[in-house]
Design a protein around this ligand. Structure first.
Ligand code: PLP
Length: 370
């Protein structure tokens, strides 16, 4: 093995801080694990049944690259109903939301092109951008994690190709206001920058209805998926919709990379799309409320309105110091620097059972008083 076989760009890609905590969990006895961004409930029965049926009916071969027409039509009809007057919007099914993001960035970026992302950001964004040959330009959103659109305008250069916005957001749980999304969408349109909207947590909005920037900018490219709302993280199904011309390029690239989204899961996706998630979301809202009311007297937190994360400031030490101490106390959480240039916060995922959440709250309250 020769070290020069490894591409230079891999040096910029570190093993995810989440993976590290994940690996640590394997060595702890019965840890309180609030580190994983994955729903705690099993895939609902009708979706499992549909997947099993698809296997038994021998739907195990390649599908058309863009995805099976039944599911594409179903999703696209709902998108068109929600956002009428966008006849040019097309959709493809992808291998997870991540698969869609990779395809899009590869189709859009020339070497050295810039993509604006917001700090704290979803861990994968900078790496997807590097992989696609681009450069991340980071706009800071501390301390309240709101987007200052004037800062975004100032960060745009002649090399700016895209902006990635994620609402509800991982890791903060923040849901951006309709006004912010409107101003961002209009700025992108005015400056001829592609707005990419990662809406994978769309179902998890607790304090108001979900808003998408596509209402204000019909060229917005949307990424979404089945992982979070239906607990289907390992099944790898997502979709992207946007301007037809761009989607056609993504389909072309998918043909020569992922080929298609997993076939049986596309069939299960039809059952998932019809599945009512009201109870799931109500349960997570209750967990959010429980966490906020149990921690807000001892932690500085921006009450999260969506997703299933909270991003409190550490009451003492850096994010890394605090997380190391939490792990010594059998609690797994993620240091903020995994998602950020700052090492001042930590991420809690409350996508866990109530019993696990209560154990976590007890340890967190004890740690705050240290
Ligand atoms: N986007 C965000 C903001 C996420 O948090 C995640 C998963 O954690 C993804 C995309 C990837 O989702 P998928 O499992 O559909 O690839």
């Amino acid at each position: 093995m020769h070290e020069q076989w490894i591409a230079d760009k891999m040096k910029d890609i570190e093993v995810s801080g989440i993976r590290k905590v994940f690996d640590l969990a394997a060595h702890l006895k019965d840890p309180v694990n609030l580190s994983i961004g994955q729903p705690h409930f099993p895939v609902p029965a009708p979706i499992k049944e549909a997947a099993k049926r698809a296997i038994d009916e021998d739907r195990n071969g390649y599908t058309v690259t863009q995805g099976i027409p039944e599911l594409r039509a179903k999703i696209l009809a709902d998108v068109r109903k929600e956002h009428p007057g966008q006849p040019d919007r097309e959709l493809l099914l992808t291998s997870g939301t991540s698969g869609g993001l990779v395809l899009a960035l590869c189709c859009v970026l020339n070497p050295g092109d810039e993509v604006i992302i917001f700090d704290p950001y979803f861990v994968m964004y900078p790496h997807f951008i590097t992989m696609a040959g681009g450069r991340s330009v980071i706009v800071d959103t501390y301390p309240d994690f709101r987007i200052d659109v004037a800062k975004v305008a100032a960060a745009i250069t002649p090399r700016t190709k895209a902006i990635i916005v994620n609402s509800p957001a991982n890791p903060t749980g923040v849901v951006y206001s309709r006004e912010t999304l409107r101003d961002l969408a209009l700025l992108a349109r005015e400056r001829k920058v592609l707005l990419m909207s990662d809406e994978v947590y769309r179902a998890f909005c607790y304090d108001g209805k979900f808003e998408s920037p596509i209402e204000f900018n019909e060229d917005t490219l949307v990424f979404d998926g089945f992982s979070k709302a239906y607990g289907m993280t390992g099944l790898r199904l997502g979709f992207a919709h946007g301007p037809r011309r761009l989607i056609e390029e993504m389909i072309k690239l998918q043909q020569f990379s992922y080929v298609c989204a997993p076939s049986i899961v596309q069939h299960a996706g039809i059952a998932a799309w019809d599945y009512d998630t009201t109870e799931i979301v109500a349960d997570y809202k209750r967990k959010r409320d429980r966490l906020v009311s149990s921690l807000s007297d001892c932690y500085e937190l921006n009450s999260p309105s969506g997703a299933f994360y909270m991003f409190p400031k550490t009451p003492w030490g850096t994010g890394s110091d605090f997380v190391a101490e939490a792990i010594r106390n059998n609690l797994l959480i993620i240091p903020g620097k995994t998602f950020s240039r700052h090492d001042t916060h930590f991420r809690i995922s409350y996508a866990v059972s109530d019993a696990m959440l209560d154990r976590g709250i007890e340890i967190l309250r004890k740690l705050a008083k240290r």
